[in-house]
Design a protein around this ligand. Structure first.
Ligand code: NDP
Length: 251
C-alpha cells in the first residue's frame, strides 16, 4: 500500500477541475474541500448540515478560491431519484465532473455484534456504502465526460482487517474496498477515469473522539496534515493508478 504524505502539490494542481466532496462540512471532508479549492478546484460541497457547508463556502471565498457550490444531501433519506436529479443539476451547471471524494461516513456503535441494533446497522450501511454506490452510478456519465477524472473512496484500517466490535462500520468499509475494485476494473479500458481507495489513518476529528474517547487527540495528525495523499490522488500526478488501496499516513 502506498502513502504520499511527502507529496508537495503544485499551487495550480487542480485548476479548472470540478470536484465533489461528500461530508464536506466537517473533519477530513472539510479539510479536503479547503485544500482542493486552495489548489484551484471548483468544489461542490455536499453534506447534510447546511450551516457547516456554508461556513466552508465562506472560508473558500475568503481565501480567494474559485466559487464553490453547496449541495445539501442526507444519505440516510436520499433516493435514486435524488441522485439522478443531482446529476442533472450538475450537468446543467458544470457539464462534467473531474473528481469525487467519497468521504461522508457514520461510525454507528462500537459494540459486540450480539447487541448490534439492526436499524443502526442499516443506517450505517446506507450512509457508508449504499448511498455512495447509487450516487456514483448516477454521476458516471459526468465523470466519463472528463478527460481525466478520479474517484476516491474513503476506507479504514477496519475495512482491510476485521476487528471485534466494529460491526457495520467495518463491514461497510470492506464493501467500499470491494466496490472500488469492481468499478476500477470496469472503467480500466476508458483510460480517463481512475478509482481508488484511501485510508486516512487515525486523524483528529469528531468521529475519532467518538470511537476512542480515552485517547489524547493531540497525539494524532490533523485532517490538514494528511492532505498530501488526497491532493495527489485527486490530481493528474496519480494518472494511471487504478484499483489500488492507498494510505494517507505511514503505518
Ligand atoms: P466526521 O464525523 O468528523 O465527519 C463526517 C462527515 O460526514 C461530516 O461532515 C458529516 O456531516 C458527514 N455525514 C455523516 N452522515 C451523513 C449523511 N447521512 N449524509 C451526508 N453526510 C453525512 O468524520 P471524519 O472526518 O473523521 O471521517 C471522514 C471519513 O474518514 C469517514 O468516511 C470515516 O469513516 C473515515 N475515517 C476516519 C478516520 C479518523 O481517524 N478520523 C480513520 C479512518 C477512516 P455532519 O457534519 O453534518 O455530521
Amino acid at each position: 500500500m502506498t502513502c504520499k504524505i511527502d507529496y508537495v502539490a503544485p499551487a495550480d494542481l487542480l485548476s479548472d477541475r470540478i470536484v465533489l466532496v461528500t461530508g464536506a462540512g466537517d473533519g477530513i471532508g472539510r479539510a479536503a474541500a479547503l485544500a482542493f479549492a486552495r489548489h484551484g478546484a471548483t468544489v461542490i460541497l455536499l453534506g447534510r448540515t447546511i450551516t457547516k457547508l456554508e461556513k466552508v463556502y465562506d472560508e473558500i471565498e475568503a481565501a480567494g478560491g474559485p466559487q464553490p457550490a453547496i449541495f445539501p444531501l442526507n444519505f440516510e433519506g436520499a433516493t435514486h431519484k435524488d441522485y439522478h436529479d443531482m446529476a442533472e443539476t450538475l450537468d446543467r451547471e458544470f457539464g462534467r465532473l473531474d473528481g469525487v471524494l467519497h468521504n461522508a461516513g457514520l461510525l454507528g456503535r462500537i459494540t459486540p455484534f450480539e447487541q448490534y441494533n439492526p436499524e443502526l446497522w442499516d443506517q450505517v450501511m446506507q450512509v457508508n456504502i449504499n448511498g455512495p454506490i447509487w450516487m456514483t452510478q448516477a454521476l458516471l456519465p459526468l465523470l466519463q465526460a472528463s478527460p481525466d477524472a478520479s474517484i476516491v473512496f474513503t476506507s479504514s484500517s477496519v475495512g482491510r482487517k476485521g476487528r471485534a466490535f466494529w460491526g457495520a462500520y467495518a463491514v461497510s468499509k470492506f464493501a467500499t474496498e470491494g466496490f472500488m475494485e469492481v468499478l476500477a476494473d470496469e472503467v480500466e479500458h476508458l483510460g480517463t477515469l481512475r478509482v481508488n481507495s484511501l485510508n486516512p489513518g487515525a486523524t483528529r476529528t469528531a468521529m475519532r473522539v467518538n470511537a476512542y474517547p480515552g485517547e489524547d487527540p493531540n497525539t494524532l495528525r490533523t485532517s490538514e496534515e494528511i492532505m498530501p495523499t488526497y491532493l495527489w490522488l485527486m490530481g493528474p500526478d496519480s494518472r494511471g493508478r487504478n484499483g489500488e488501496r492507498f494510505d494517507a499516513q505511514p503505518k
